[in-house]
Write a protein of this length. Sequence first.
Length: 580
Amino acid sequence: MAESKNEKLFSSNPDAAERVSDSQNYGSTNFIKTIINEDNEKNVYGGRVHTRFPPEPNGYLHIGHAKSICLNFGLAEEYNGLCNLRFDDTNPTKEDTEFVDSIMEDIRWLGFDWEDRLFYASDYFDQLYEFAVQLIKAGKAFVCDLSAEEIRDYRGTLTEPGKESPYRNRSVEENLDLFERMKAGEFPDGSRVLRAKIDMASPNLNMRDPVLYRIQHARHHRTGDKWCIYPMYDYAHPLSDYLEGITHSICTLEFEDHRPLYNWCLEALELENRPKQIEFARLNLTQTVMSKRKLRRLVEEKYVSGWDDPRMPTISGLRRRGYTPEAIRDFCERIGVAKANSIVDLAMLEHCVREDLNLRAPRAMAVLKPLRVIIDNYPEDQVEMMNAEINPEQPELGKRQVPFCRELYIEQTDFMENPPKKFFRLSPGKEVRLKNAYIIKCENVVRDEKTGQIVELHCTYDPETRSGTDKANRKVKGTLHWVSARHAVKAEVRLYNSLFTKDDPDEGGDFIENLNPDSLEILESCMVEPHLASAVPGDRFQFLRQGYFCVDKDSTPEKLVFNRIVPLKDTWAKIQKANK
């Protein structure tokens, strides 16, 4: 039996079929909107919708955070509500103002604005401390002297209940005294913690007397040395939401088991107008790691050049590579919001980038691996200006002028001395059209005497075949891009590929073992159209037949540097077409 289109497409990658099937559900009903609509119908929050994006400033944001940013700010905008930016700065040993600045830059670049609603968990340290005192007075929290290892041992397992701490029944007065002394810095790190008094037999391990405060003699990037005790995230998170008037606290799915503790903190303090935690599936991409810990390792162990390396899934890396905020927002909209974890094919993100850049990127010709061509019958000193489209998707932009002369560069791969059948590019005795110019014919090949490598082609041209003239209708099967050797500008081009060789980088154990050794190829002798000499970092172009490229931040007037954003080949579009 003949294979179907889908069978052929997926025969080399069976997982692709599952991913495509999942993708057909993207963009379906947003269950979070359903919850908000029901709350509004019941007037739970007086019709208010107030969300927040709460990053921890211990690294750079990645594409997964972009989904959360778009969701939180997007919901607030859709419901005429508000969205706060709040930094979860409760762990001073891992946080830095560098990360704070980068996060704010990334959010603004994506097109969102928190206006005057910039907050930090550290803004509430005094109130959080007073809340903890309130819990102690109510007999709902106690100071525990068990070590971290002992607390883990006492915690129990999924099948066995935990054991109560021997310090669980201290008096309120003793707990208040010890907690005050913890705050005063009398005890060393790790010697004592404040724990909630809940239920050591709870089936949810997060409810087995969780730690609320730990001792950490570390200087905080905002509060300095004022504090030596710091709240845990699961404690600071719900109370910060409450203090800011958040209505819907949207988290990723790994916090689902933490929701009972989120609610307990609010209920134990008998707070009114409590925010509601809602969990959604985080973004998982093929050939990509989304763990800050793993991304930090890539940076610190110098597998990449930094957090903004264009191979990184960080927003700063994607920005440097040349992705547009519009493409990322479109991608986040397309994948939608789901309750169950799934994996999105990286090809879908690249498809969104291509669709966006196809509309906005001006065209240019660039020869990445040059081969010199001399047109023997073309006048030596003549230069013609050829008309070429700036962008066929925007005809109103008109044309650009491209110089043409006797000596040109074409791609090495566009010539074969002994071509196979259906090779429609240049070969001895064969003709091709030069894009926007003339038809040429290869007459002779020149080799390097030492290496035997082809270094030069001698061709003739047909002067009656200039593009745009009445006599240019003679058809040939191949059309090549080119640049004028006399006018070309030399450039360095960095060809980026996936950072990992496996769809699941963790396959087989250590994700480092699956790094792609060919994730970056640097070409130092590329030739581009002369008008690109004025391009500045951030400018994007489609290099004909090559892909989409962006001027890198390393680029200078003396040395142009381009990053390949994505190739022209769109595998996701093929998958979608075959799946219809």
